[in-house]
Design a protein around this ligand. Structure first.
Ligand code: NDP
Ligand code: HSE
Length: 432
């Protein structure tokens, strides 16, 4: 038998993730050959500044991405990030029949449709396990293992930086600024933390999760997004007082109303019970809770970032596409047949926790309750704490549309008996 031809790989990017991809490819070469059925050979590594990359063989380094893509490589692994010029390069690779493995959530959340179309035209594979929740096998379970079930909800912590900050605030009582400083000092938050703390990173991941879970195209622009910068020490204290904690959640839900289905996809801070499985996810870890009709509830937990954990997911994809090349066949194509529309946030049912400083005198509670009734928002629980000359009033609602809840809070804030709206936060993970 002739030796099988090697699977030639072009690596685009050799930073935090790419360096670890090279290391795993090198260290595990014999095992990878056995698993794939042919050697997996690194044919070239594209970077911006070859001189700074002493850790990889100099003869593999190039700045000429187009030439590398035009060579006889079989697979392109992209770990550069961002939209352009990466989008153009990956379309070029897919159009030429080269399979693509990418960790690029920002690109997939905007352009997956055209990438999948290019892959379909040429019969190439497009895999992207590392794009959401780093090392955690999550996209393959959604795309393949649960393909026979009906997923109703995906809710998770998909951004490690914000989870590290919120965990710190919960543990120490620190404010947002102080917790962000600590995260930056320890290297968890980047110098420019905007993509993480403002929820852009999580929104891209939510778009990818919703697209796969609900067989529909959802882009980042359709994801309602709120970051954590406005979460205060008072919010965290209010949550603790009620046996809850605050997490930045990515929530993808199938909503059925009037016989019509839509998907609600949103990223925002929310209070969850301290007994909820996601409440025990601390620091930079990620976890995603999936609910499906037949399978019931499942939780996927692990490291959502970092060079080696992310490279593990990249290598898993690389083995899959390399096997497809050796054995014939393709991985799953895009599944967007359901074409469910994205539901506007205002029409999405949510629950609120509202903490107020009010005057402690007769009739206050009834005035506040009347505003809820006026907006058709049902109250689930009320707790009042008397103080010297005022009172703390905490109200938790049943599910109502987000628009109705916002109008309710706006009107309550204007009542003369309300001294301050101390904290307003959505509540998740409990019966409605
Ligand atoms: P880095 O910034 O560490 O590395 C980026 C690499 O891309 C560098 O090697 C850089 O070259 C190279 N590069 C940038 N622009 C070009 C260009 N125009 N031409 C050629 N090479 C270029 O990024 P990460 O490794 O952290 O992230 C890579 C991808 O993985 C991103 O999509 C990110 O979202 C995703 N990801 C990252 C995770 C993580 O924990 N870091 C987790 C999950 C996903 P040079 O080194 O010469 O500057
Ligand atoms: N910045 C991301 C995080 C990296 O904090 O989770 C992984 O995508």
């Amino acid at each position: 038998m002739p030796a099988p031809a090697p699977i030639k790989v072009a690596l685009l990017g050799c930073g935090t993730v790419g360096t670890e991809v090279v290391r795993l490819l090198t260290d595990q070469a014999p095992d990878l050959t056995a698993r794939v059925g042919a050697p997996v050979e690194l044919a070239g590594i594209a970077v911006r500044k070859p001189n700074k990359h002493r850790e990889v063989p100099a003869e593999l380094l190039t700045t000429d991405v187009d030439a590398l893509l035009e060579s006889d490589v079989d697979v392109v692994v992209e770990v550069i990030g961002g939209i352009e010029p990466v989008r153009t390069w990956l379309l070029k690779a897919l159009n030429a029949g080269k399979s693509v493995v990418t960790a690029n959530k920002a690109l997939l959340a905007e352009h997956s449709a055209e990438l999948f179309e290019a892959a379909d035209r040429s019969g190439a594979d497009l895999y992207f396990e590392a794009a959401v929740a780093g090392a955690i096998p999550l996209l393959r379970p959604l795309r393949e293992s649960l393909a026979g079930d009906r997923i109703t909800r995906v809710m998770g912590i998909v951004n490690g930086t914000t989870n590290f900050i919120l965990s710190g605030m919960d543990a120490t009582g620190a404010g947002y600024g102080e917790a962000l400083e600590e995260a930056t000092r320890l290297g968890y938050a980047e110098a420019d933390p905007t993509a993480d703390v403002d929820g852009f990173d999580a929104a891209s991941k939510a778009a990818i999760l919703a697209s796969l879970a609900f067989h529909s195209r959802v882009t980042a622009a359709e994801v309602h997004r709120e970051g954590i910068a406005s979460v205060s020490a008072a919010d965290i204290a209010a949550a603790k007082g009620l046996g809850r904690t605050v997490k930045l959640l990515a929530i993808c839900e199938r909503v059925t109303q009037g016989g019509a289905e839509s998907v609600s996809v949103r990223v925002h801070p929310a209070m969850i019970p301290r007994t909820h499985p996601l409440a025990g996810v601390h620091g930079a870890f990620n976890a995603v809770f999936v609910e499906a009709d037949a399978a019931g509830e499942m939780m996927f937990y692990g490291k959502g970032a970092g060079g080696a954990p992310t490279a593990s997911a990249v290598l898993g994809d690389l083995v899959a596409v390399a096997r497809n090349r050796v054995q014939g066949g393709r991985g799953p194509r895009e599944s967007a047949y359901a074409a469910l529309p994205a539901r506007p946030m205002g029409q999405t049912p949510t629950r609120y926790h509202i903490s107020l400083d009010v005057a402690d005198k007769p009739g206050v509670l009834s005035q506040v309750a009347a505003v809820f009734a006026e907006h058709d928002v049902s109250i689930a629980a009320v707790r009042q704490e008397g103080r010297v000359d005022d009172a703390g009033l905490v109200i938790v609602t049943h599910a109502a549309t987000d628009a109705a809840l916002r109008s309710t809070v706006d009107k309550i804030g204007g009542l003369p008996v309300v001294r301050e709206v101390v904290s307003v936060m959505r509540v998740e993970g409990e019966e409605t």
